[in-house]
Ligand binder design. Sequence first.
Ligand code: MIC
Ligand code: SF4
Length: 642
Amino acid sequence: MNVTQKILAAHLLSGELIPGKEISIRIDQTLTQDSTGTMAYLQFEAMGISRVRTERSVAYIDHNTLQTGFENADDHKYITTVAKKHGIWLSKPGNGICHQVQLERIGKPGKTLLGSDSHTPTGGALGMIAIGAGGLDVAVAMGGGAYYLDCPSVVNVRLTGKLSRGVAAKDVILELLRRLSVKGGVGKVMEYTGPGVATLSIPERATITNMGAELGATTSVFPSDEVTRAFLKAQNREEDYQPLTADADAEYQETVEIDLSALEPMVALPHMPDNVMTVREAGQIKVDQVCIGSCTNSSYQDMMRVAAMLRGKTINPEVSLVIAPGSRQVLTMLSQNGALADMIQAGARICETACGFCIGMGQSPQTNGVSVRTNNRNFFGRSGTKSAGIYLVSCETAAATALSGYLADPRDVDCDLNVDMPETFVCNDNMILPPAAEADAADVEVVRGPNIKPFPQADVLADDLTGKALLKMEDNITTDHIMPSGSNLLPFRSNIPKLSEYCLTPVDADFPARAKENGGGFLIAGQNYGQGSSREHAALVPLYLKIRGVLAKSFARIHRANLINNGILPLEFANEADYDRFDLSDELELSGIRQLVASGAEEIPVKNKTKGFTAMMKLKVTDRQRQMLLAGGLINMIAGKK
Ligand code: MIC
Ligand code: SF4
């Protein structure tokens, strides 16, 4: 067996490990973060479960840390109290980005982790099966319920050689994105093998597994080896180590070969993470801003390489350099060994250990700005400045760029880039608060501020559905288009009515008004609809606007599950050419839909009354998902509605 099969087999609750077939697995650990967490906990409460039943569940506060009004602080209070009551550990704001802290302090080889954040697969660096999901799925897992997924096929990403000086783990995943695209990993686990694996540290592996999310992969995983043991030992938790490698005769559905020695520094140009070329090919690009940090690139090793490049130098006067170390552990160590001073002296602005610029929580670039960043997504508008272009690179390329003022190849900077992994990290978990003991839980009061509004729930599926096509979209629409974030909107993640005023506005500013005027309707989309974030808000807000179904060429994995969990029909064109026959405002009719879903129909006729034709749509759902659609979502199904 390969590593993926070994972990899945050890956690299998139902189904068979046949790619494409539905399986369910037991979840050992969960994580939530605050921007999806408030909703996940409201849903957890709605399910009436009193205490988590996982080995370890952690609620992180790392996204909405810019407290420009009472809203974020109120959300923090709600998460803190609800976690304390129900047996969940709480990583306080300032302790670090969830994926970085989970890697340092919580993740364990051989375990499963489900997180309400699409970059949860970062944990795969430790040899775990770590998957991102919507808040509702995570809430169910917290309660001890199974997590259902389509059994992924496993891709063998065979690494040979060794990265050369100035070439980073980020360049490995950018190269994969260049080759495979943002859809290349859908339905797959990327499993790393080969002699090159041993040359990569755990944080380097984490950069690669983190950005496997951008391939659309279910998750990514490395074996657990001596490098893993050394990392866990340095984190003062060698007892969590367990070796885990693929059997010599393990089988894979596909193989991709990467020679690490042959790689060069890479860059993803605006506005997609797969718009990749080498830094040299990109040519002379004048840069206004450089941002270093995020869950992709904010480890101790990353930061030390940045400090080594900046030491004794001054950044280009026309560049604003922002650095956000990923965790308090990293920041403490940088401050103790002088590296932080090197950064500050070179002209860097130091930001909190949080998501920050990556999710548009501050540091929006200037009009038409060019911003070179180490995070994982460069989607249109995500930085907070619509006219800006975001370029994704490694820490080394970012630091070289900050010095030169132009997109620069780090191999040209003269400095020592060898950073050894520390033998011991500074381990202090005093910002990870334990939950109340079960006996005291009843006394814990859950504090709910005025910004916390009820979430919408669908009605049971109607016999027939009618409505207009309210929007027609292109391929690769992201959840940042469906439910934009940024510092102005993230404070409203527990306020769906307020968020609904912004739904899909990056595509069409009039959409929310049109949806309301028409009392809801349908969406038409291209390939890979809903890629990106796990935010369930991208389903909850359309639900609030009474969207009854999405007709797309294909869907991204997490978003598709979120639609079904909330009772919205995900329908795929049986004949892709039919996409061209639908236009904005066409009147659509799905007659007898309830009966069709109940009877197991895999093709649904959608009548376009305006144009006078009927298109066949595929409904690719399991029996369990059919029950969910009939009931109007997962919570209704659990409550026994039919
Ligand atoms: C992101 O990177 O887009 C986020 C913010 O971390 C999201 C979660 C969210 O939308 O709150 C994710 O990746 O799931
Ligand atoms: Fe935070 Fe950015 Fe990572 Fe999302 S991708 S968890 S916003 S740092």
